[in-house]
Design a binder for this molecule. Structure first.
Ligand SMILES: Nc1ncnc2c1ncn2[C@@H]1O[C@H](COP(=O)(O)OP(=O)(O)OP(=O)(O)O)[C@@H](O)[C@H]1O
Length: 260
């Protein structure tokens, strides 16, 4: 379980990014965090794996007080939390499988890191992860020869190979076309349902969030203004999250969905 208790986050320059956040996210939930640009979505997600420190309050992950972790403990803690970014964060000049194997590097002795020698078991694990996201056939292809959607699936496989129980995704489909976005979202859903991995995703596409996530958390100016099932999200709720102008500034598809 992930638990925010009266969490506040103020950046060094004085920007208040999170205000009095109280949330409980159970294992296996698929949560989409939505809100305007600058609302605090990335900050919220990145506090969970301690990429950002909270300023006050308590943040517990599986009952571990995240703020109290130090050096080595942080690294070990992060191994259980996968992170997927909009930009994929892959090494594009090496093969797909090498990118997935990189996820094992922290566990390797130095000589193995330097020579890039991996065990048969690690290779099997990497191939299994690629199979889960449907790109096993691309294992020995260089990443720069893949499409954006395929690259995001490699990033997903690399994360899966770590055996995380939580997956944080910071706008994972922002640079993908609508069809590819759905394929990647299908992967997230499959992983969430079949492996009971919690997914907490920061996403700008409201219609996709409502279709895939079980729970929507709406953030406005650093505060949670909505927390409920995707089925409870009405046009009024979206106005509360995005401001009164929802529908004017949003895409046609988002506007259409609001009326569904
Ligand atoms: N490293 C930082 N230092 C100072 N202020 C920051 C930093 N990172 C984010 N902020 C500010 O904190 C607030 C929340 O930013 P955050 O990136 O969490 O929003 P967001 O909802 O994820 O936005 P977007 O959708 O554009 O990514 C914004 O006002 C932003 O300018």
């Amino acid at each position: 379980m992930i638990e925010f208790v009266n969490v506040n986050k103020t950046y060094a320059n004085g920007t208040i990014a999170l205000k009095d956040i109280n949330l409980k996210i159970d294992q296996g939930e698929f949560v989409a965090v939505i809100g305007l640009s600058g609302a605090g979505k990335s900050t919220l997600i990145r506090c969970i794996n301690r990429m950002h420190d909270i300023s006050s309050g308590r943040l517990l992950v599986h009952n571990v007080d995240v703020a109290k972790l130090t050096g080595k403990q942080i690294r070990r803690f992060r191994r259980g939390i996968g992170m997927i970014f909009q930009s994929f964060n892959l090494v594009t000049r090496i093969s797909v499988i090498q990118n997935v194997l990189v996820s094992f590097v922290p566990d390797l002795p130095m000589w193995r890191k330097l020579t890039g020698v991996f065990t048969r078991e690690q290779k099997m694990k990497a191939l299994e992860a690629l199979d889960k996201v449907g790109i096993l056939d691309k294992a020995y292809i260089r990443v720069d020869q893949l499409s954006g959607g395929q690259q995001q699936r490699v990033a997903l496989a690399r994360t899966l190979a770590q055996n995380p129980d939580i997956l944080l995704a910071d706008e994972p489909i922002a640079s993908l076309d609508p069809v590819t976005s759905r394929m990647v979202m299908d992967d997230f859903k499959k992983i969430n349902q079949e492996m009971n991995i919690s997914v907490i995703m920061n996403i700008h596409h409201v219609e996709v969030a409502l279709e895939y996530a079980d729970r929507i958390i709406g953030i406005r100016k650093g505060e949670v203004v909505f927390d409920g099932a995707a089925s409870q999200v009405t046009k009024e709720v979206l106005s509360e999250i995005y401001g009164g102008g929802f529908g004017e500034g949003q895409s046609a598809s988002e506007e259409r969905l609001v009326h569904v």
